[in-house]
Ligand binder design. Structure first.
Ligand code: AMP
Length: 497
């Protein structure tokens, strides 16, 4: 790996494995009529959350008396089949897909975690990252707990289990008040399904209704896949307890400022999801519109990088009047298992994964939109691909601001030194990736785009900010990766990066 400070060489040669990673999706199902197919519904939900984690998956299910679970490394489609799902009979289920950010890719870290004691069984599926997992773990070890994984989710289940004798509600609120960081939780006992979201609402979690029950899911696209209807998002700092009495909701702790992760809208979430009242596709289209206004350029065609750059490309085209074209094809069948043992083969891999459509770009001035630049690898290779296909000019536009800081809340951003924008300005990045021009959306522009999707946001922003004028760095979104300002003080982690 070469140094990022070399702006002229071919330094952007990273292993695919080193890419910035998304992680984790959770689902929960409660069937009020006690039908026993909750695990099958969870499986449908996990299929549509596969984009949130491809390392391992698991489902825990309860028939009201006992909790069974099954987890394995691999993709949802490969892990479950008729034989593995058939024994998972019950009316309550939680499920998880994992892309680990704390800990490594081993079965020990796969979720849900299940804890059995004479008081009962608990299963926990978690999306997020705790910033005080280490001190909590030390505290638990000092009081007799042992750990089998590197996952901070094990800290959560051990804390709940430790307090379980106080009753479920108290155990949950006590635990949640001890942990710091981001968490969207689906928790299950023999007779109850529980959802909880951290006080800032950093990671998403929503509630859905089935004709015969309830759903919890990281994204509403999973509720759709399970045949349910989105009811609402779980609020920051809210716990919902679902059982035969329906959905009981209460808040834990003091009211804290909403800080939804902005990167969910930029990259993670599926475009068909509605997250915290914002349609993800609409957010991307609006970002593209703002980008066109801020950094327009004379060109013949606008194309987007599949999949997360497509919405912004549509918006850029609409706002600029430059025709939108497909421009690039992504091979759907290349997953993480694609083997590229040498650097040369890894370079080749991008050409296998993405190809330009000559018909759309040859002889043209092309604007290409991607949702983000992290290390710069993708941008550089895409520009090569477009030039090879005969593009006359290539103008790179990015629908999020420069990613300059690591994330401590669940997005596995590389160390700061590996983030190209931490050490290079736009002009330097433009030269390094070989574009004719390059521009990022501004921070204010991105917040404006998101707030325009939900006018309520702007009101909440103004209330949080205490002034009429919106300040981008004091809005309802966590923008830690762009500004280095986080929703809470970090414990122990910052020094490592
Ligand atoms: P890079 O090639 O390192 O500059 O990464 C930028 C590319 O990675 C863009 O095409 C993004 O769509 C994509 N990307 C952004 N965030 C993530 C993530 N968390 N995991 C994987 N890819 C990502």
């Amino acid at each position: 790996m070469k140094s990022l400070s070399d702006t002229t060489g071919d330094y952007l040669t990273y292993e695919e494995d080193e890419k910035l990673r998304d992680h984790c999706g959770v689902v929960g199902v409660y069937l009020s009529d006690h039908e026993t197919n909750a695990s099958r519904l969870a499986y449908y939900g996990l299929q549509s959350l596969q984009h949130r984690g491809q390392e391992s998956t698991g489902i825990a299910v309860s028939d009201g008396e006992k909790v069974e679970h099954y987890k394995k490394m691999g993709l949802v489609a490969d892990v479950y089949n008729h034989e593995t799902l058939a024994p998972l009979k019950g009316y309550i289920a939680i499920g998880h897909v994992l892309y680990s950010t704390s800990g490594h890719a081993t079965i020990e870290n796969a979720q849900p975690f299940v804890s059995r004691s004479k008081l009962g069984t608990l299963a926990v599926a978690h999306n997020g990252s705790l910033v005080n997992a280490e001190p909590m773990k030390e505290f638990l070890e000092e009081t007799g707990s042992t750990f089998t994984s590197a996952s901070d989710t094990e800290v959560i289940i051990k804390l709940i289990a430790k307090n379980y004798k106080k009753g479920l509600e108290k155990a949950l609120t006590d635990t949640i008040q001890l942990i710091r960081g981001s968490f969207a939780l689906a928790v299950m006992t023999e007779k109850t399904l529980i959802g909880a979201r951290d006080p800032n609402g950093i990671r998403p979690l929503c509630l859905g209704k089935l004709p015969n029950g309830w759903i919890l899911a990281s994204e509403s696209c999973a509720i759709d896949a399970m045949g349910g209807d989105l009811v609402r998002d779980i609020e920051p700092g809210e716990i919902v307890i679902i059982n035969d009495d329906g959905v009981l909701s209460f808040n834990f702790g003091e009211k804290t400022a909403r800080k939804n992760c902005i990167f969910e809208y930029v990259y993670f979430a599926r475009p068909d999801s509605i997250m915290d009242n914002i349609h993800v596709l609409e957010a991307r289209i609006r970002m593209g519109e703002v980008l066109a206004r801020e950094s327009g350029v004379a060109a013949d065609v606008v194309i987007g990088v599949p999949d997360s750059g497509l919405g912004a490309a549509i918006g850029f085209s609409r706002a600029s009047g430059i025709p939108y074209a497909m421009g690039l094809v992504k091979n759907k069948y290349i997953g993480r298992t694609f083997i590229a043992p040498t650097q040369e083969e890894r370079e080749q891999m991008v050409f296998v994964k993405l190809n330009a459509i000559k018909y759309d770009v040859c002889g043209k001035r092309v604007v290409i939109i991607d949702d983000s630049i992290v290390r710069g690898t993708t941008a550089r290779r895409l520009i090569q691909i477009l030039r090879k296909a005969g593009a006359k000019e290539v103008h790179f536009r990015i629908s999020s601001p420069p990613v300059k800081y690591p994330c401590y809340f669940g997005i596995d951003t590389p160390v700061r030194a590996d983030l190209i924008s931490a050490t290079h300005d736009s002009a330097e990045i433009c030269t390094a990736v070989g574009a004719d021009s390059l521009a990022f959306i501004s921070m204010e522009g991105m917040v404006e785009a998101l707030e325009s999707c939900e006018p309520e946001r702007a009101v909440e922003h103004t209330e949080q900010n205490g002034s009429k004028k919106s300040e981008a760095n004091d809005c309802c979104f966590c923008q830690g990766c762009f500004l280095g300002e986080y929703p809470m003080p970090m414990i122990g982690e910052i020094g490592k990066r």
